[in-house]
Design a protein around this ligand. Structure first.
Ligand code: B12
Length: 358
């Protein structure tokens, strides 16, 4: 039960080269994703991997190799900033699978099976490590933390169907819609932003989490749009060149769910178009959403125009940008600022003499 030869032996190098060539042939993206230096290190790592595997086999200690696999995975995640944790996991799983195929070239006798067992354990350990990220205190406190973690975990592993099911199961278990929106989905998106900021997920993963969450929101539209009407209209939109449109969408959806007619104009709406839309639809309330502080000036200008042109219109503002100000909204002629969509709905229900649906 031994490795055929020492690490400097040409046979080992030959097998490492073969594993390297097969892996690059199987996944043509690798050629693009790695520069020449990284390719050399990739090859070097194959030799290390074989070395660690050999040590584990000789000592008959599976844990040596699985703990090495987890350590290597975290090292690669911090070195390969352009790659997502999930992408690195996929590459490592491909790599260990190739070594499983080559085990009989590397080892003899019982060692072949041991190698394959240890490599399978390394695959499992690497798959588990994908979601082993230290989450923020905010994400880990509050309501429905377990659902948030399960939902984010599924998205970090790119399991769209699983992620959608976690949320539909949460709804089926009786969690109110507003809590699904704000305590689960909003908090998860906030955490996605933190992970992106800390460089723990790539931009494409952040985009994927956004589009998955938008798809998940749409699962609720049959419920949202089937509530009793209240003959009230809210118009919501994002101001300036604001691209963050999920907050405004949630505001709009929660009003619709409470029987209001909602008109959601979405992201980056020019001032002139917002004024024209108010003229056309005569809403009872307008909800202006700002996430990036540099669109606060556009918001202020719009608020003054709305106030002057439509004196009866109730004006509300909200969104992350206001949390970064010193109560800026107090200086503007608006009717209400609230931190959350649910608080705005509650205020509006009281203001317009309607009880809540909840
Ligand atoms: C998804 C996302 C994006 C997506 C948005 C896609 C889309 N279709 O919406 C894209 C990729 C486009 C994007 C781009 C950028 N983003 Co971004 N993004 C996010 C992220 C991860 C989630 C936003 C989100 O959907 N949250 C969930 C919603 C539901 O929450 P919410 O908006 O806060 O809304 C709630 C409340 O605020 C309130 N509310 C919202 N509107 C209103 C309105 C009223 C009237 C009321 C009462 C209440 C209310 O109700 C909602 C429910 O309670 C955030 C992280 C975060 N902390 O939010 C970063 C984040 C906002 N982005 C950030 C940055 C830096 C950017 C970019 C500059 C990145 C870049 N270099 O290109 C650009 C700027 C684009 C632009 N011009 O607007 C930073 C901002 C940091 C800062 N200092 O300001 C954040 C905080 C990430 C981070 N942690 O660093 N982003």
């Amino acid at each position: 039960m031994s490795l055929l030869v020492g690490m400097d032996d040409p046979t080992i190098n030959e097998i490492a080269r073969k594993v390297y060539d097969i892996q690059f042939a199987q996944d043509p993206n690798l050629d693009r994703l790695y520069d020449d230096r990284q390719k050399r290190l990739f090859y070097q790592d194959i030799l290390y991997n074989i070395g660690y595997l050999n040590t584990a086999i000789k000592l008959e200690d599976n844990y040596i190799f699985t703990s090495y696999a987890t350590w290597l995975y975290e090292l690669l995640c911090s070195l390969l900033k352009h790659l997502d944790r999930d992408q690195i996991k996929n590459q490592m799983v491909d790599h260990y699978s190739l070594l499983i195929n080559e085990a009989s070239e590397l080892f003899t006798g019982e060692a072949v099976q041991l190698a394959q067992t240890y490599l399978r354990s390394a695959i499992a350990a690497t798959e588990d490590a994908v979601t082993n990220i230290p989450y923020s205190e905010r994400f880990l406190s509050g309501k429905h933390v377990a659902v948030r973690q399960a939902y984010l975990g599924a998205m970090l592993r790119s399991k769209t169907h699983e992620a959608a099911k976690i949320i539909s199961d949460a709804a089926a278990s009786g969690i109110p819609l507003v809590e699904i929106y704000e305590d689960i989905l909003e908090e998860t998106m906030h955490e996605v932003g933190e992970l992106w900021h800390k460089n723990q997920i790539t931009v494409d993963k952040e985009h994927y989490c956004t589009s998955t969450t938008q798809m998940v929101l749409s699962q609720f539209y049959s419920v949202i749009f089937s509530q009793e009407r209240r003959n009230l209209t809210v118009l919501a939109c994002c101001v300036g060149s604001e691209l963050h449109e999920m907050g405004g969408r949630m505001v709009s959806d929660l009003f619709e769910y409470h029987g209001w007619d909602s008109i959601y104009l979405g992201a980056a709406v020019p001032q002139v178009s917002i004024l024209a839309a108010v003229q056309e639809h005569s809403p009872d309330l307008i909800a202006l959403s700002v996430t990036m502080p540099h669109y606060l000036i556009d918001c202020r200008d719009l608020v003054y125009s709305l106030h002057e042109k439509f004196p009866k219109l109730k004006i509300s503002v909200g969104g992350r940008a206001f949390e970064t100000t010193d109560h800026l909204w107090q200086k503007w002629p608006i009717d209400i600022y609230t931190k959350t969509a649910r608080d705005l709905v509650e205020w509006a229900q009281a203001q317009f003499g309607q009880g809540s649906n909840q």
